[in-house]
Design a protein around this ligand. Structure first.
Ligand code: SF4
Ligand code: SF4
Length: 102
């Protein structure tokens, strides 16, 4: 059995490569999960802008960019997307946070 030495361990708290969030699957941290209510979405992209990770999926193939759902490998369930989703202010939320059953 090989022994891991202290000098072989990576230093903590250091981001060595910028923009590397997509390389790590961190979705299993969450306890809440966003649900997309597509009929209420106005495709403003606020959720995509505010998401602290790479967890909002968009489709840029058409004339207008559209929000299409979530990438759950990266979503941490923080709920920031739901807080900034404008339709919720009119009582028609396009993102609803629910408790995730594991
Ligand atoms: S819950 Fe948080 S991590 Fe998940 S999509 Fe919304 S803003 Fe991004
Ligand atoms: S913030 Fe809400 S309305 Fe805007 S694109 Fe995201 S889900 Fe749709």
């Amino acid at each position: 059995m090989s022994t891991i030495k202290t000098k072989d361990l990576l230093e903590g708290g250091i981001i060595r490569d910028a923009g590397n969030a997509a390389d790590f699957k961190t979705g299993d941290w969450r306890s809440n999960v966003p649900q997309f209510v597509e009929e209420n979405c106005i495709h403003c992209m606020f959720c995509w802008i505010y998401c602290p990770d790479t967890a909002v999926a968009i489709d840029t193939s058409g004339e207008k960019t559209k929000m299409t759902g979530f990438i759950f490998d990266h979503c941490k369930g923080c709920g920031i997307c739901a807080q900034h989703c404008p339709p919720a202010a009119k009582g028609k939320a396009a993102i609803v946070m629910v408790r995730e059953e594991k």
